[in-house]
Ligand binder design. Sequence first.
Ligand code: ADP
Ligand code: ZN
Ligand code: ZN
Length: 769
Amino acid sequence: MQPPLFCYVRVALDCPYSAPYDYRWALPLQPLPGMLVQVQFGHRKTVGLIVEVVDTTNVPQNRLRNIQNTCIDCPPLNKDWLKLITFAANYYHRSLGEVALPALPRALRDAARWPRLFTQEILYQLTEAGRNTLLGALPSRAIGARRLAQAFLQTNTLSAFDARTLYAKAAVTLDQWRERGWVQVKWRSDVEALRTGGTTNLVGGCQRAYIASQLNQYKGINKGGANLNDEQRAAIRSINSARGFTTFVLYGVTGSGKTEVYLQGLVDLFIRRPDAQALVMVPEISLTLQFEAVFREHFSSWPSTAFVTLHSALADGKRARNWLAAHTGRARIILGTRMAVLASLPRLALIIVDEEHEPAYKQQEGLCYSARDLAVWRAKQLNIPVVLGSATPSLETWWHACQRCYITLVLSRRAVGNAMLPKVRLIDMEIEKQVGRYRSDGLSMSLVKALKDCLARGEQSLVFLNRRGYAPILTCDTCSWVMGCSRCSTYLVLHKSEQRMRCHHCGGGGYIPQACPMCSSVNLTIFGPGTQRVEEVLSAVMPNARVLRIDADNTRRKGSVHTLLSEVHAGDIDILVGTQMIAKGHNFQRITLVSVLNADSALFSHDFRAGERLFSQLIQVSGRAGRAGDHGEVLIQTKHTQHPLYAALVRHDYIGFAKATLAERRDAYLPPFVFQALLRADSYSLDDALRFLKEASTMLDAVPGAECVTRYDPVPLHVVKVMHVHRAQLLLESISRVALQSALRAWVPRLRTLKSVNYWNIEVDPLNI
Ligand code: ADP
Ligand code: ZN
Ligand code: ZN
């Protein structure tokens, strides 16, 4: 039978709430789902993804357009990836294209950039002559060349790029070797790498032996040469013995050596399966740097393409190349932030989510996905293990662990020699005030004394407060006017270094007023401390101390966090002042005192998760103290010394805190015992936003299954106005995830028929309420 001259393809495009579009396929190769194509859409050319190849279409022939081009060099995205995208689109109520295309690197979504992304790569292959003579022919002092020769003997083939990373002068040397007939040149493209199923340069039978020999050095030994402790070993044993889908909760106190467990898990995986891929996720870009350093050291013999990072701070081209390395299977370890969970990983065999409780795993705009939840889903789909690590697992995760759906692995003590968890002490601010030990700048005298003592001992300290700027409030003493943002319903924050008032919501602001605009009084006062003020105060009371501030204001430039942090690590700093940027993950070796200034502000929040977040933040920041030695101290300024959250913190009692909080949640019908979704509406008028939500709520009545869903009244957001736009939300809830999902499936498409607002968005499993 004659093959048809053309067929049709369904193409997902990045458009809201739309099904894939049909196009005619008349290119001289076989279309496949997962191919990237260039199409005409309306008046513009755009890139889409083939999700289906079909024989017929309902679109009239005269309206059908042809696929213009396809990205031949990019192997089609595989079935598993398409399933992941389909799941995410369904679960978060988006179109396929809205999930699929943003998940691809930008350079790949621009057809004009395709040719440059897929340049061919030179490969050098060892010849028989080279195998027999190479090593013997090299003088023993030619260390670099010998290193290169060793690598050839073990792997047979090396790319030019990998050769250069092994030996800087490789290009010249390889030319000489080629003339002598020791190596020969081959060309190979990324596509071929996928087809041959090989990794770039570790081909053939010696692959397994090579990796094993390289990795064996690290077995059971961490970088300091210390042996793993029993708990670490037990955790690694469990992870490595998992066959098929298993979710592990690695519950390890701060400094318990979770990183070593991840590392050994990876090492053992690659010994078992040299071609496997592992996804390692961290919540923040700054933490990728720290992990990258540790991993690169452990896998230093690997070619650099075998280990890639994926996060939004990478330049477009680099990100595309890293993504392609993952997609073609050349990258074995993929380290990234939440976006990495949507990467194409054809040989994925293990997923690690570090600090799984971090809210940063939840995307807050557009497709509001939880990278942690998708990681677990992906592991289940691929039937592989996933490790969720944290000192304070999210209550959702902990509940699953309590139900024995997840397996808990415990690291109960600090790993380094005699390091203990720090002593947590509360400074009662009411008492400080009564005895006149309170300072107007927000620091108590007890705290200042402790910082001075720490300095005198020659140790580092950390001062944590979640407020950047100089002072959060500027007010008139005479008439009580407070300086607010003209565009947002917030107060302006005084930034002394720039001599500006700044809005932390819209970035706007203005000059610092000399007099009150209401009553012309010049008695203007500031309230409360910000990081800049604390930095200034501490420099004044301790003139010899080297004080460093790290917050979003002084780390905007690329790499600046890294530079500042290395000053801390090097011991060039005595007192580190900062926001949550410095609170988590970092392995500071010399900090012995951690102090927390304005923790109370989160105690009585409108958001039921505020307590959980505060507790984990405090455990995290406390965890920066005394990581290397036997003494570490944490001081928390509070007016509520009797609060159960602080009592649990003093005892380092996450389990007690989790138990009590879960019991409260159960009584109050809150997650994880119910499932929620949030409809957000933004409009220039608050009334319009609320009207939209009310109509949406009414519309829900007509949806089948709506009786299983509780809905609340539409309410304005806590900060209702940002950039003149008013924001409101409608909360839906059900004790059944399935019921909630099926109601949403029927309801969300209908919302498009409502008189629209500036913006609306549906969020499933919202974190901020
Ligand atoms: P966590 O992520 O659990 O807070 P890390 O993984 O950063 O902790 O480890 C804290 C420190 O303990 C690191 O300096 C690490 O090198 C060290 N460490 C880990 N395991 C051991 C061990 N078995 N013996 C000694 N030191 C260890
Ligand atoms: Zn006034
Ligand atoms: Zn503003």
